[in-house]
Design a protein around this ligand. Structure first.
Ligand SMILES: NC(=O)c1ccc[n+]([C@@H]2O[C@H](COP(=O)([O-])OP(=O)(O)OC[C@H]3O[C@@H](n4cnc5c(N)ncnc54)[C@H](O)[C@@H]3O)[C@@H](O)[C@H]2O)c1
Length: 360
């Protein structure tokens, strides 16, 4: 494995994202003497397949390594599962010298990162990302948390990993639907930050797609790292990563998560893109290219519910301030509207409704 990027942190530190084959060897290689205990945590799909070999690789360094698991799926990213994991760690005798290894998609990494943030008032963790979405997005940036019945990610903490490991080969077993979810975030990374990557994604999709080529995956990782490295606490440019997400999260909630995250974000980018066309001159041809690329990748290009069904959830979005709806909007492919420096803009509900209805 080789380091593809160092993610900068506020206090002058950084952590590496390593990419390639040989996750177990890389994990052993970066293990620190101060980490005298370990636990590996995954979900019902990842703990056995990817987690057990990592635990075996660590045992010569730290003795017995428990492998903990919880049922796969977004609906298990909860406070209740966090409590169960914490009790299991305490029962296994882990203390503040432990390092947790999170193995899985964004659900596992968000949840285990949050456990690490509070266990013994904070222990280190390493993210081993096994979905495309986690590799190019969730594993990097230190946002951790759980959902509540009132909304996604409402309880959590900023707690950066000590390192991130990505093996593209792990994606071989990923269901096609999950691959598409990740691709939606890849398209978003390009749309917010890199017009050249957008061109390359178009060419790759036009030639038949398949497993995302390593150089494109690495560029997506670099974009996420560059953006969060300059804005760890989500106060400025990091907001651009929310393009498509104000609408996308509302669609997810209005459809009770029957529409997966990436599919909702794909439709969300087109609705918010249509709003940007009116509000900040996002060019019509760019909106057309965004739609064609998403269609080619077999992602939805129409909102999966009505504006009325989504409206209550739009109004409870975390980005809203004083009841005003806010979205991160593009000026052109690869360039986002900085607004007043917050990288979000107030959007009148009526304008968003018009944009929504223009996409149905
Ligand atoms: N922290 C962040 O910055 C950030 C960013 C984006 C998304 N997220 C969060 O990420 C979550 C979504 O992540 P996700 O899309 O990875 O979902 P996920 O973690 O639920 O994984 C999707 C499915 O794929 C399975 N899986 C994982 N790896 C596999 C593999 N290699 N082979 C076969 N099956 C595999 C999982 O068990 C699960 O069933 C959401 O909760 C979202 O809020 C966090």
């Amino acid at each position: 494995m080789q380091t593809v990027v160092e993610v900068r942190q506020g206090a002058g530190g950084s952590y590496p994202v390593l990419c390639g084959a040989g996750t177990a060897a890389a994990l052993r290689g970066l293990w620190r003497p101060a980490w005298r205990q370990a636990a590996v945590v995954g979900d019902s799909n990842t703990a056995g397949r990817f987690g057990e070999p990592l635990a075996a690789a660590l045992e010569p360094l730290v003795g017995r390594v428990p492998v903990l698991r919880f049922p796969a799926g977004e609906r298990h990213k909860t406070r209740a599962v966090k409590l169960r994991l914490e009790d299991a760690l305490l029962e296994a005798g882990l203390d503040r010298s432990a390092c947790l290894v999170a193995v899985g998609g964004g659900v596992v990494l968000d949840l285990v990162g949050f456990v690490a943030a509070t266990f013994m008032r904070g222990v280190p963790h390493v993210n081993v990302a096994t979905t495309l979405l986690a590799q190019i997005d969730a594993a990097i940036g230190g946002k951790t948390g759980v959902n509540t019945p009132r909304g996604k990610n409402l309880i959590g903490a900023f707690h950066a990993p000590a390192a991130v490991l990505l093996d593209r080969e792990a994606l071989a077993s990923l269901p096609a639907r999950e691959m598409r979810n990740g691709l939606a975030e890849g398209v978003k990374h390009a749309a917010v930050a890199d017009a050249d990557l957008f061109d390359r994604l178009e060419r790759w999709a036009a030639s038949g797609g398949g497993l995302l080529p390593e150089p494109l995956l690495v560029r997506c990782v670099q974009i996420k790292a560059e953006i969060v490295g300059g804005d760890e606490r989500d106060l400025g440019r990091r907001q651009t990563l929310n393009f498509g997400h104000t609408v996308g999260h509302a669609i997810e909630r209005a459809t009770r998560h029957r529409v997966p995250h990436g599919a909702a974000v794909a439709a969300g980018m087109l609705v918010e893109g249509a709003a940007a066309r009116e509000l900040c001159g996002f060019p019509e041809p760019d909106l057309g290219r965004l739609e064609r690329l998403l269609r080619r990748l077999r992602l939805p290009v129409r909102p999966q519910c009505s504006f009325e069904a989504a409206a209550p959830y739009l109004h409870s979005d975390k980005k809203n301030v004083a009841g005003e709806l806010r979205c991160a909007l593009p000026l052109a492919l690869g360039r986002m509207d900085p607004g007043d420096g917050s990288f979000v803009r107030a959007v009148q509900p009526r304008l968003l409704q018009r944009a929504w209805e223009s996409r149905t």
